[in-house]
Design a protein around this ligand. Structure first.
Ligand SMILES: Nc1ncnc2c1ncn2[C@@H]1O[C@H](COP(=O)(O)OP(=O)(O)OP(=O)(O)O)[C@@H](O)[C@H]1O
Ligand SMILES: [Mg+2]
Length: 242
C-alpha cells in the first residue's frame, strides 16, 4: 500500500482555544482508517483542517506526495479529497441536483457518467431523483450525502460520523455501501463512535484531547479492555460483535 494522506504535527483551533495539539496520522491507498474519539475530542476539527475549511496553525498535510497545507478547499477536492459532513446536503434542491453539486469541479461528461453509476449503487436515490432532498428519510439523506461526496470521484473520502442519527438497519446499509466503494478501490477516513464501523477499518486510531493516542487493527482495539470500556462501554466479558 502506498502513502495517500499524511499529517505531521498538525495544530489548529478556534480563536484563543487550541484544539489539535500535533496530530500525526497517515492513510494508505486502498486503506480504511477509523478515527474513534469521544465528544469534543477534535475529530471534526481535524477533518475540517484536512479539507482546508479551517486553517491549520502548525504542521503539514501531504496528499499523494504533494504538500497541500495551504491550499483552498476547491484545490483539495480537485486533487481527490472529498468530505461528507453531518450537514452536507441542500434540502431545497432535488436529489439529482445535490449529486450534481458534488461534481461541481468535474468535467460535465464525467459528472453525468458518475451520476448514472451512483444511481446504480443507490437505487432508492434514483427512484427519488426529482424529489426535494429535504423530503428524504434520515437514512436516505445519509445515502445522498455519500453519493454527493462520491460524485467528485475522490481518491480519499473523509467522513464525519456517517452513522449519526441512523437506525441500526440503516447503519448496516451504509456500511454495506461503503464496503462496496472500498472494494472499488476507494480509501476512507471515517470518524465514528459506532462500534459497527470497526469492521470496515484496516486500522483504527483513537483521538482524545486533540491528540492521536492509539493506532492498531480492529482486533487489537477489541483485545484491549481499557479501550473497549472507554469507547464501547463494554466490560471484560463482553465482546464486540462486528
Ligand atoms: N466553530 C467552533 N468554534 C469554537 N469552538 C469550537 C468550534 N467547533 C468546535 N469547537 C470546540 O473544539 C473542540 C473539538 O470539537 P470537535 O467538534 O472537533 O470535536 P468532535 O471530536 O468532532 O466531537 P463530536 O464527537 O461531538 O462531534 C470542542 O471543545 C468544541 O467545543
Ligand atoms: Mg464531530
Amino acid at each position: 500500500m502506498t502513502g495517500l494522506l499524511r499529517t505531521e504535527r498538525l495544530e489548529a483551533g478556534y480563536g484563543t482555544m487550541q484544539v489539535l495539539w500535533g496530530v500525526d496520522l497517515n492513510v494508505s491507498g486502498n486503506e480504511t482508517v477509523v478515527l474513534l474519539g469521544s465528544n469534543g475530542a477534535g475529530k471534526t476539527t481535524f477533518m475540517k483542517c484536512l479539507m482546508g475549511l479551517l486553517p491549520s496553525r502548525a504542521g503539514t498535510v501531504t496528499f499523494r506526495g504533494e504538500e497541500i497545507t495551504g491550499l483552498t478547499t476547491r484545490a483539495r477536492v480537485e486533487r481527490g479529497l472529498s468530505f461528507m459532513s453531518e450537514l452536507g446536503i441542500f434540502p431545497d434542491l432535488s436529489v439529482a441536483e445535490n449529486i450534481d453539486l458534488g461534481a461541481l469541479f468535474r468535467p460535465r461528461a464525467d459528472a453525468k457518467r458518475r451520476a448514472a453509476e451512483l444511481f446504480e449503487l443507490f437505487p432508492v436515490l434514483k427512484e427519488k431523483r426529482r424529489q426535494a432532498a429535504g423530503g428524504l428519510s434520515g437514512g436516505q439523506r445519509k445515502m445522498l450525502g455519500i453519493a454527493k461526496a462520491l460524485a467528485a470521484e475522490p481518491k480519499l473520502l473523509v467522513m464525519d460520523e456517517p452513522s449519526a442519527g441512523l437506525s441500526p438497519l440503516f447503519v448496516a446499509t451504509v456500511i454495506r455501501s461503503l464496503a462496496e466503494c472500498r472494494a472499488g478501490g476507494l480509501s476512507l477516513l471515517i470518524a465514528e463512535q459506532n462500534v459497527k464501523f470497526l469492521e470496515l477499518g484496516d486500522r483504527v486510531f483513537t483521538m482524545e484531547g486533540g491528540r492521536v493516542h492509539f493506532g492498531g487493527t480492529p482486533a487489537e482495539i477489541q483485545a484491549d479492555d481499557g479501550l473497549r470500556r472507554a469507547y464501547f462501554g463494554l466490560g471484560q466479558d463482553d465482546h464486540v460483535r462486528a
